[in-house]
Design a protein around this ligand. Structure first.
Ligand code: SF4
Length: 470
């Protein structure tokens, strides 16, 4: 099944230690995390005293099968799914990365983005280091290997690494036969700890533990290093700020609705967002229709508060190629037509409220509005479960250039014109913060405000203004 992302590069990671074989659990764990990355997948397990890798381009079940996993009996390992950079070097960038050191092999999977990667790469090249890939994750694993060779102790090596790299990172690391989960001091990308198959595991999302008959225990804290050992987790802490910077997009779009992040069930957060939208941007309409699947919970919340009936007015074909990899705009737009169709009886002669989580470029939304118009909708009022995205992300999401954002330098009326809707209403920033419920001092909202939790060259740092000022 192809998930159809409007934005990409939220990878998924898992690391595990269990008395029984872990390869099946890693495989199914990655399949559960498949929505976080669909271009490549891989696992590394500690087998016969060394790290054995199975990885490649494609969905998890295309990369791994019984023939490739059936003989693996290891009880420790890590796994990774990702969106790769599109291009010839994509295979080289598939994770986990593995390097050899005098203190054993090191395997690493990374979700996030290192802000000082290029500066580090330049410095290290001057010192004579050579790199195989363009990936910031290779810089992490090479630096970690270097620290390990210098100090010998894995925990000290990880702590030293955390003093060098700056950015967002939820890591799964296997050093020799020891498995660690590591979360950056601001806890930007998710990582949680739980019980699995009588052992312990870390994973990007709690839904892994639900689906595999395990038990979600808690989030890994910002700046925490957790060793998942079979006799119980061990934890160390890297000095970290009190305020965190959890990516708001995890609740709005990336994470599965049945996951719990920082105490909030994603589904409930999305429903609250829909309810809030109904209060902030009420509209006289006949039906509330979600864009499947991302707008469903938002639409339910909107319907409950507004009293306007919820209807499945759009059907999705799950088996067409993802639109974003199509090279030009025309093909991208055709892709939307191929994957969505209207249920005419639900929209004909109706005033429709159309719900989605966010708008990035606006091209997809415009196509969907036109599909509904063609099916006979009388009016289309778009309601969006987040404020306008107007600034790039430097912390792990593929939104790098300002000019792509439909909301940049446009009024809401102008945006409605671009997407050919009768009206558009975005959730307020205060509304979003209230619905997520972790406090404004614990969220990254950089792509909404242009102010980031970590200093970034050419950009402003957050906490300079009160939220009301945006
Ligand atoms: S800039 Fe936006 S997408 Fe990137 S981490 Fe922050 S909130 Fe998430």
């Amino acid at each position: 099944m192809w998930h159809v992302p409007k934005i990409r590069e939220a990878c998924g990671v898992i690391g595990m230690c269990s008395p029984g074989s872990v390869s099946d659990y890693l495989y199914f764990g990655l399949r559960i995390l498949q929505h976080r990355g669909q271009e490549s997948a891989g696992i590394s397990v500690f087998e016969d005293g060394k790290h054995t890798i199975v990885k490649g381009m494609g969905l998890v079940h295309q990369v791994m099968d019984k023939d490739r996993l059936g003989h693996l009996k290891s009880n420790k390992g890590i796994g990774h799914v990702r969106y790769s950079t599109f291009g010839v070097s994509a295979l080289q960038n598939v994770q986990p990365f593995v390097v050899q050191t005098t203190h054993g092999e090191v395997s690493l999977g990374h979700n996030g983005e290192i802000i000082n990667a290029e500066a580090l790469r330049t410095d290290l090249k001057k010192k004579g280091w050579a790199f195989m890939t363009s990936s910031d994750s290779e810089i992490i694993v090479r630096l970690l290997a270097n620290e390990l060779s210098t100090h010998g102790d894995p925990v000290k090596a990880i702590k030293n690494l955390m003093g060098i790299i700056v950015g967002s990172y939820s890591l799964v690391v296997m050093i020799g036969d020891r498995v660690f989960g590591v979360r950056d001091p601001y806890a930007i990308r998710p990582l949680c700890l739980g019980r699995l198959n009588d052992g312990w595991a870390v994973a990007s999302e709690s839904v892994v533990f639900d689906n595999l008959d395990g038990e979600f225990v808690r989030d890994v804290e910002g700046g925490e290093i957790v060793e998942v050992a079979c006799d119980g987790p061990k934890s160390w802490k890297y000095p970290s700020p009190k305020e965190k910077a959890h990516c708001m997009f995890e609740w709005v779009y990336f994470a599965r609705p049945d996951s719990i992040i920082e105490g909030g069930l994603v589904y409930e957060v999305r429903k609250r967002i829909g309810s809030k939208l109904a209060k902030e941007h009420p509209v006289d309409a006949d039906v509330v229709i979600p864009i499947p699947d991302s707008g469903r919970a938002h639409a339910l919340g909107f319907s409950e508060v507004s009293g306007i009936p919820y209807r499945e007015g759009l059907m999705k074909n799950r088996y067409v190629e993802r639109t974003f990899i199509m090279p030009d705009q025309r093909e991208r737009e055709t892709g939307v037509m191929l994957k969505l169709n209207a249920i005419k009886s639900e929209v004909i002669d109706k005033k429709v409220v159309l719900l989605d989580d966010s708008i990035i470029r606006g091209t997809t939304m415009k196509q969907i509005v036109q599909i509904l118009r063609k099916a006979g909708a009388k009016e289309i009022h778009v309601r969006i479960g987040s404020p306008p995205v107007t600034a790039p992300c430097y912390l792990g999401i593929d939104m790098k250039t300002r000019h792509q954002f439909v909301a940049l330098n446009r009024t809401v009326e102008e945006i409605a014109n671009v997407i050919t809707a009768d009206s558009i209403g975005y959730l307020s920033l205060n509304g979003l913060i209230e619905c997520i419920g972790v406090g404004d001092n614990n969220l990254c909202i950089g792509c909404l405000t242009g102010e980031y939790p970590i200093p970034i060259e050419g950009e402003r740092v957050r906490f300079q203004k009160k939220i009301d000022a945006f």
